[in-house]
Design a protein around this ligand. Structure first.
Ligand code: SF4
Length: 192
């Protein structure tokens, strides 16, 4: 299961997000996380939370929405057109358009397109604010399709920056508290 935020851009905030700095979605996700985290074992996997925890422990993750690893997927539309990523069309009209298709271009050609190559180069493709952020190796600037502004294109933090910063710090603190508690009880048990 996953909980996905609505699409939006810096010039078109999604419903429920009144300003870039409010954390309505972050607070909602934190309440969900706490419910999920406090549910006894055998619980339903929630992709977003497991991904953040994996990144907190130095893992590479498997979603393109978090982390700075190169994306490993490409969209091919039903008419054979290569697209940067299908959801990016929510940013502005024709945002997904690369001008390449399976009849005239190889996959290697597509990898050279700036909309694709910029998602292969990790930190160097991110906004300055993200490069300097202490959460960048976990958040990675957020989902590509949610970074758009008419001024800077996709070189912005996600519009959910404030939400993710709050959510990631909350998950980090809860997981660390659990580890500390388990370490203390394990140590106490070893002494008995
Ligand atoms: S929390 Fe904000 S500034 Fe930090 S990496 Fe994520 S989007 Fe960028």
């Amino acid at each position: 299961m996953d909980f996905l935020e609505p699409h939006g851009a810096w010039n078109k905030l999604p419903a429920g997000k009144n300003t870039p700095d409010d954390t309505n979605y972050g607070d909602w996700l934190i309440a969900l996380f706490d419910y999920w985290y406090d549910t006894p074992r055998g619980k339903l996997p929630v992709r977003k939370f497991e991904e953040i925890i994996e990144h907190l422990f130095g893992g590479r993750g498997s979603l393109e929405s978090f982390g700075i690893e190169p994306v490993n997927l490409m969209t091919i539309a039903a008419d054979g057109a290569y697209e940067s990523v299908d959801c990016v069309k929510a940013a502005h009209p024709a945002a997904e358009y690369l001008g390449m298709d399976v009849f005239h271009n190889s996959l290697d050609d597509v990898l050279t397109h700036p909309m694709i190559s910029s998602r292969q180069t990790g930190l160097s493709a991110l906004a300055d604010k993200c490069v300097q952020c202490d959460l960048v190796h976990i958040c990675g600037g957020g989902y590509f399709a949610h970074r758009y502004s008419p001024e800077n294109g996709f070189r912005n933090p996600t519009i959910y920056c404030a939400d993710y910063a709050k959510l990631i710090r909350h998950i980090d603190s809860r997981v660390k508290r659990t580890l500390k508690k388990n370490a203390v009880s394990h140590f106490a048990g070893a002494q008995n």
